[in-house]
Design a protein around this ligand. Structure first.
Ligand code: ARG
Length: 398
């Protein structure tokens, strides 16, 4: 009887090497590859497809960019999604990848999944959690974790088997790209003191090359979701792309950080996430205007917890749903416009308005007569009553 495996396939070196490994070392004869498009350039998706077919696999390309934007990126915006300064671009794509691979398994059957994650990173947690949650009876094989390749040995192995490769042993940035951002790691960047070279960036201008005059832009939100830029309504994918362009031209969106991985390993990461760096601060600015003091304080905690679950890849955890019901409830009023100024790598919110603003100019104004200031006297007098009592009690008990 034939043995079938489903490979979660990116078209990169690691997952390509998995194909002959599945045949030679793991005894599979039917190989199905699944490439999930969450916003890669069309040529790269096509290349992956061609490669897999050339290597004798049955291939599926799942186009999920719209779904990724609507159900993943927009959720992240509502939660101000951020883990240690990282807008979670790679993290939030993984559950969708697992889900699509599981759908293919539903059609194809097969006894195992195979993925190309190594044993040091986060993606093994995210991908495997997704596969296990959705197809608990299938085995999961991680050849890159079971077999430690050196880069040059891996390239050699690929060459011997005529796998078309685009990497060289020297050019070793490991790049993951999707609609929400680009993650760049490896090579010389592994030295945290080494400054990120210009060549790793694709979507953002350097400060030197950024536009020489400021850009002002208005982002419109409806129920926490961005719907228009400068008054032009855009669908989620087009809106994110436009945001990339505006922020990128102004040199906004580069991130160089130390990150604590799920395993506890500290790593140096570079990200290029211009849209996130524009849309999330704008979204927060609107929340400041429409949410109460208590809501804002508590939402910070909720957002942080949400980001942690998203980073850990626990997309289908009930706690995440609990957090999202709070988030979605608050977002009902996050409707309005935010004006932002971008200039040479910096971003400032310079205006916000909403029909749900909990703000009254007349009350807040220095010139206003609506609020009788004398009414404050009694309230101020009792402010910190218990703290004052505490001091007294402590003194008399000395
Ligand atoms: N550290 C990031 C994360 O865990 C990004 C990893 C991206 N992978 C890559 N090959 N650059 O989400």
């Amino acid at each position: 009887m034939s043995k079938k495996v489903i490979i979660v396939y990116s078209g990169g070196l690691d997952t390509s090497v998995c194909i002959p490994m599945m045949r030679e070392d793991y005894g599979f004869d039917e190989i199905v590859t699944v490439t999930v498009n969450v916003g890669l350039p069309a040529e790269e998706i096509k290349q992956a497809e061609d490669k897999a077919i050339a290597m004798g696999c049955k291939h599926y390309t799942k186009d999920c960019v719209d779904e990724f934007a609507k159900d993943y990126i927009f959720k992240a915006i509502k939660a101000n999604g951020d883990y240690q300064g990282y807008p979670l671009s790679t993290s939030i794509a993984r559950p969708l990848v697992s889900q699509k691979a599981a759908e293919v398994a539903e059609i194809e059957g097969g006894e195992a999944f195979c993925h190309g994650c190594t044993g040091k990173g986060n993606d093994q947690f995210r991908i495997e959690f997704g596969l296990r949650a959705l197809k608990p009876d299938m085995k999961i094989i991680a050849p890159m974790r079971e077999h430690t390749w050196t880069r040059s040995a891996e390239i050699e192995y690929a060459k011997e088997r005529n796998i078309p490769i685009t990497v060289s042993a020297e050019k070793i940035w490991s790049i993951d790209e999707n609609l929400w951002g680009r993650s760049i790691e490896g090579g010389k960047l592994e030295d945290p003191y080494y400054a990120p070279p210009e060549e790793i960036f694709k979507w953002t201008k350097s400060i030197a090359d950024a536009k020489s005059d400021p850009t002002e832009v208005v982002i419109t939100f409806e129920k926490g979701e961005p719907v228009a830029i400068d008054g032009v309504k855009l669908d989620p994918v087009a809106l994110v792309k436009k945001a990339h362009e505006i922020a990128g031209d102004n040199g906004v969106g580069r991130i160089d950080m130390m990150e604590d991985r799920i395993l506890g390993l500290k790593v140096r990461e570079n990200y290029e996430c211009p849209a996130a760096r524009l849309l999330i601060p704008a979204h927060k600015a609107l929340e400041e205007l429409v949410l109460t003091k208590e809501e804002r304080e508590f939402k910070n905690v909720v957002d942080m917890k949400w980001a942690r679950l998203a980073y850990d890849g626990l997309w289908w955890d009930p706690f995440k749903e609990d957090l999202e019901s709070f988030i979605d409830n608050t977002q009902q009023r996050v409707t309005g416009d935010v004006r932002v100024r971008l200039f040479k790598g910096s971003l400032q919110v310079i205006g916000r308005r909403s029909p749900f603003a909990l703000y009254n100019e007349d009350l807040a104004s220095f010139d206003s007569k609506t609020w009788d200031q004398n009414e404050a006297t009694g309230i101020v007098k009792n402010h910190g009553m218990q703290s004052i009592m505490y001091r007294k009690v402590m003194q008399s008990n000395k």
